[in-house]
Design a protein around this ligand. Structure first.
Ligand SMILES: *[C@@H]1O[C@H](CO)[C@@H](O)[C@H](O)[C@H]1NC(C)=O
Ligand SMILES: *[C@@H]1O[C@H](CO)[C@@H](O)[C@H](O)[C@H]1NC(C)=O
Length: 464
């Protein structure tokens, strides 16, 4: 009996030692500068050494189970592969997050798993549907090669990133970072290791799916900020080693600020203090990895050039084209100069569709990048949300990048909406059946029949 117990212990220990969800990052510490993980984030978060079946470790992730998002992923940069070729849409999940006793010590494909078991402790793809947030990858697909690229496509490496912030500011910063690091490595004959940590700052007040859009809402925490810290360690000559970081607000047009790693530590510590209401002191790299303001100036110069030239040109023509169009537009009194985020549209630009199927304009908020934001379509006034409240004046009923129309109301709710303030306007641009104006009709929400066959839709004004 004793022998059996002992044997079981040994087997369990041996098994634990190679498990994917780990007690310590020892198995994959090589992804951290000086084998040392960042300090000062949530000590209860799960540690994952990310790997595929029968394979090596590719990166390390700290995962917050209650929020169902990673707090960071740590990885090294592989300059040999870039671009996004080889991308698949096979999302993975981590069995041991949802079932710690599971023997499956590697990520598995989401579609081969039991959704009901998995979703209890981690996000699943359907949490992101219709949310206006992308599954943003902390360890980006384009920074890895071959199977390493497949290993980035796991929901434990993904957090909700605002669609437009992801598409513009974050993707731009990623590709600028990639070009910057490749040219640095080239100039040093490849004789350096680049340690990167990309993380989130959770906002515990915002979750997806939003209420009313899913049977199981508010599961996945949306980050307020996304950040990246880079430690470039030269193999032989530390005067060539350096570090820097940047952070961006996770919202349309959220500007990205470049800073020293020591300043990023400070910024993150103060954001985490607000979040956790405890004294947090975050340290991303040991000794801040050759943090130096002169080197930051150099990085900043190069980085800015990488991001700006094409885009500024493109933007200039775009704005010229728009200005041309503007002359033909009758200046509507409802025309919006202020975006949904409260920024001013850049002088010479105006709220238009400009090739997209929603209204937007350029703003002056960007520090390194051009920025844009959604704005209210001209001519829509007095639109209401389906809770009966008026949409805000700078947030008229529109799609704002989503596939349905919605708006923010005075009381800070966001909801589906009706584009006209009348008794027969329903959400999704439908109209009420002429014999059945919008009202509560015995329910606790506004609705109307849209035809005489019993089909109905939410609507926005109590006319009954
Ligand atoms: C290290 O790099 C600096 C700056 O690039 C250079 O001036 C110095 O000579 C190098 N030292 C060695 C030992 O190669
Ligand atoms: C601007 O307009 C010109 C002429 O209509 C067109 O050829 C060009 O592609 C447009 N540029 C952009 C960036 O939309």
């Amino acid at each position: 009996m004793f022998v059996l117990v002992l044997f079981t212990c040994i087997v369990l220990r041996a098994f634990n030692a190679q498990a994917k969800v780990v007690e310590s990052f020892d198995d994959c510490k090589g992804f951290f500068y000086k084998d040392t993980e960042p300090e000062g984030m949530d000590q209860n978060a799960k540690k994952i050494c990310q790997k595929l079946e029968y394979d090596q470790y590719y990166y390390a992730t700290l995962y917050s189970v209650p929020r169902r998002i990673p707090l960071y992923s740590a990885f090294t940069f592989d300059p040999e592969c870039s671009g996004t070729a080889g991308r698949t849409e096979n999302w993975h999940i981590e069995p041991q997050i949802s079932q710690p006793e599971s023997r499956t010590d590697h990520m598995v494909r989401e579609r081969d798993s039991d959704e009901n078991i998995i979703k209890k402790y981690q996000a699943i793809s359907s949490d992101y549907i219709n949310s206006r947030y992308n599954h943003g990858l902390l360890n980006p697909n384009s920074f890895q090669c071959n199977k390493g690229r497949i290993a980035t496509l796991t929901l434990t490496n993904a957090a909700p990133i605002d669609e437009s912030f992801d598409r513009i500011q974050w993707k731009n910063s990623e590709s600028a970072l990639r070009s910057f690091l490749r040219s640095k490595l080239d100039s040093h004959g490849g004789s350096a290791t680049v340690y990167i940590v990309t993380g989130t700052v959770p906002d515990d007040d915002v979750q997806i799916p939003r209420k009313g859009t899913s049977e199981d809402p508010e599961r996945v925490t949306v980050p307020s900020y996304i950040w990246t810290a880079i430690c470039y360690k030269h193999h032989h000559n530390d005067t060539k080693s350096f570090s820097f970081g940047y952070i961006g607000k996770n919202q349309p047009g959220g500007g990205i600020s470049l800073m020293r790693v020591s300043d990023l530590n400070e910024k993150l510590s103060s954001l985490y203090r607000k979040l956790l209401k405890t004294h947090q002191s975050i340290k991303i790299f040991v000794g801040d990895c050759f943090d130096d303001s002169e080197k930051l100036n150099e990085v900043q110069g190069v980085f800015e050039k990488l991001i700006k030239p094409n885009q500024v040109d493109e933007m200039a023509t775009d704005v010229q084209n728009m200005s041309r169009t503007q002359k033909r537009v009758v200046r509507s009194p409802y025309y919006s100069k202020i975006t949904v985020g409260g920024s001013r549209c850049t002088d010479g630009d105006f709220c238009s569709q400009g090739g997209e199927d929603y209204y937007w304009c350029y703003t002056d908020d960007g520090i390194f990048f051009y920025t844009w934001d959604y704005c209210s379509p001209p001519g829509v006034v007095g639109s209401r949300a389906k809770n009966g409240e008026y949409c805000r004046s700078n947030y008229a009923c529109s799609t704002y990048g989503s596939d349905y129309k919605w708006c923010y109301t005075q009381s800070d709710n966001n909801d589906m909406c009706c584009t006209s303030d009348n008794c027969f306007s329903a959400v999704n641009d439908k109209t009420c059946w002429s014999n059945h104006p919008c009202g509560y009709h015995g329910q606790d929400y506004l609705w109307c029949y849209t035809d005489d066959k019993g089909n109905w839709e939410y609507c926005c004004k109590n006319c009954y």
